[in-house]
Design a protein around this ligand. Structure first.
Ligand code: ARG
Length: 561
């Protein structure tokens, strides 16, 4: 229920419309004062009265109401208290009616949103640097779906470029089929690293690599077959990780998919007079917009990353008629996105405004950075495995008799990695720490999962789905109710700002409020039957909401921990 709308419909002040009043209603800094507040300072000028007096008049004229239990004026604010029992009843009713759908909506009905995320590179390691795009993109995908949009998850594979020539050259020189079959991505990367070492001594290797790349482009059977094999091996390896992280895609159209879709782009750019020659290359001049030129064709006629992205955007618009197209890509590529968005705008695509670069910061491990070329890489899979193993150790110590320990360790360990990457505002650089993400008392997924297990165990003893009536609502219960009621709005905000961290933080906040309630108010030994049932209902509603929140982030909830 929208209490702000309810209040705005009843407040009478000057000439203000209901919408204007609605927009002015805020949350007071502390709930002692009220649940909602209307500041009157801005009104003083037009009404030629002191704010305190205006506030008093509004409070006095507010009609009798079964939802708002108290209206008072204080220091130029009108404070409104909602009837606690009413709010609790409303909230619980909604949660029990909607259950795993609680928080969902149809606000995105009929709107398709393309989300380009993870977008791994073939034959290159899937490393810790890909964590954010993968889990942020996946959370945004789930969030859009939950709010009624039609999301299209796109893995814009990096499957085009001279590096594949290098790889073929390296494979033909030093590779063994069985080793590569077994070693997958890591073996491919080892070849790539070796190529660079050897090419430093013998630069002619680079010519050989270029020749092999040309062969791929010319559809030479052997080279294409090798390239496809590299691709297959890569997808098998990353597929394992996607499965662990509960990440899915609707399209795997990568860079090479656009090979035959760029000529029309080049033609259109030329027709519209946007192409310019510069040192043999074809560019779009962006000086006027304070950016370096966007290079469309190299002097040898080869297309570039940006050319492919322009073709891809046009293809996506034609194919999906998207309402928005999101690119979940690190901020290092800010300029690239600004440039090709601008080029599309200059081409007269009015939908260029619907392209959104969802930029995020870097993830590094506590012990330093990495480089693909020199082979110093932190594989994401290793990070996940280590977290799972550590989670297993912690659980073994905390609860040695727990059944299904391995599976639970996996849910906890994987959750820790995802949550660790999602907990902060996405633009922040983060340092990944195993101890931090697995701290059961911290702002972590295991803290939230542990809270769920606690709620589960209470419900196991007390029963679920019982009849309850709401009488008096204590402070701890009320704070919990309000947080529960806030879930749908949190999801709306998270989507609007492309910030899954709002959901992660919400889950931690709700867990903290539940734990306070759990320690301060006896649930099973409440004495009074009514109170006990109400508290059990609050416990169940919390479990439902926390489960929904974690699920949107791709994190599971074990029954026991
Ligand atoms: N494969 C690229 C990289 O690893 C990311 C691609 C992002 N998507 C895009 N449409 N440019 O840097």
């Amino acid at each position: 229920m929208d209490f702000k709308a309810h209040i705005a419909a009843r407040v009478k002040v000057g000439e203000l419309t209901q919408e204007e009043i609605y927009a002015m209603i805020a949350l007071p800094p502390n709930t002692e004062m009220g649940d909602f507040a209307l500041p009157c300072f801005r009104l003083a000028k037009t009404m030629r009265k002191a704010p305190a007096l205006i506030a008093q008049e509004i409070a006095d004229s507010y009609p009798e109401d079964e939802i708002v239990s108290k209206v008072s004026a204080l220091n130029g604010y009108v404070n409104f208290k909602i009837d606690r029992a009413f709010w609790a009843k409303q909230t619980l009713e909604r949660i029990f009616a909607e259950r795993e759908g609680y928080g969902s909506s149809d606000e995105g009905k009929g709107k398709t949103v393309c989300i380009d995320y993870s977008s791994v590179n073939i034959a290159k390691p899937f490393h810790i640097g890909h964590l954010s795009t993968t889990v942020l993109g996946s959370a945004l995908y789930k969030l859009h779906k939950f709010l009624g949009y039609t999301p299209v998850g796109i893995n814009h594979l990096g499957d085009y470029g001279t590096q594949f020539g290098k790889l073929i050259s390296a494979y033909k020189r030093w590779g063994k089929k069985e080793d590569i079959e077994q070693g997958g991505l890591r073996a491919l990367n080892a070849l790539y690293v070796r190529f660079h070492e050897e090419a430093e001594k013998d630069p002619s290797l680079n010519d050989e690599a270029r020749a092999f790349f040309k062969k791929i482009e010319d559809k030479d059977e052997e080279s294409v077959a090798l390239f496809n094999w590299f691709k297959e091996l890569t997808l098998k390896d990353v597929g394992r990780i996607y499965e662990l992280l509960d990440v899915h895609f609707d399209s795997w159209a990568g860079e090479s998919f656009y090979n035959d879709k760029m000529q029309p782009v080049v033609d259109e750019l030329r027709e519209k007079g946007l192409l310019k020659e510069s040192e043999g290359a074809q560019i779009v001049d962006l000086e006027e917009y304070g950016m370096p030129p966007c290079i469309i064709l190299r002097s040898d006629g080869a297309s570039l990353y940006a050319t492919r992205d322009i073709a891809a955007a046009i293809y996506r618009k034609n194919t999906y008629d998207f309402y928005k197209c999101l690119y979940v890509v690190a901020y290092q590529q800010n300029l690239h996105f600004k440039q090709f968005f601008k080029v599309l705008e200059l081409m007269g695509k009015d939908w260029a405004k619907d392209l959104i670069h969802v930029a995020y910061g870097m993830v590094s491990l506590e012990d330093g950075s990495m480089s693909t070329r020199k082979g110093k890489v932190v594989y994401l899979e290793d990070v996940i495995q280590k977290c799972v193993q550590k989670a297993g150790d912690i659980i073994a110590e905390k609860n040695p008799s727990l059944e299904n320990r391995e599976q639970i360790a996996r849910t906890v360990g994987v959750g820790a990695v995802i949550f660790g990457a999602l907990y902060n505002n996405k633009i922040k650089d983060i340092t990944f720490s195993y101890d931090k993400v697995l701290n059961f008392e911290g702002e972590t997924s295991c803290y939230v999962q542990y809270t769920c297990a606690r709620a589960n165990s209470v419900l196991e003893k007390g029963g679920r789905g019982g009849k309850y009536t709401v009488c008096e609502v204590l402070d701890q219960e009320y704070e919990l109710v309000k947080k529960l009621a806030d879930f749908p709005a949190t999801l709306h905000d998270a989507l609007e700002k492309y910030e899954p961290c709002f959901v992660a933080r919400y889950a931690v906040d709700l867990s903290q409020l539940f734990n306070k309630f759990y320690f301060d108010c006896s649930i099973l030994n409440a004495g009074d039957e009514n109170i006990r049932n109400f508290r059990l209902a609050l416990t169940e509603a919390t479990l439902i909401t926390l489960t929904n929140a974690l699920k949107l982030l791709g994190i599971g909830v074990p029954e026991k921990m």
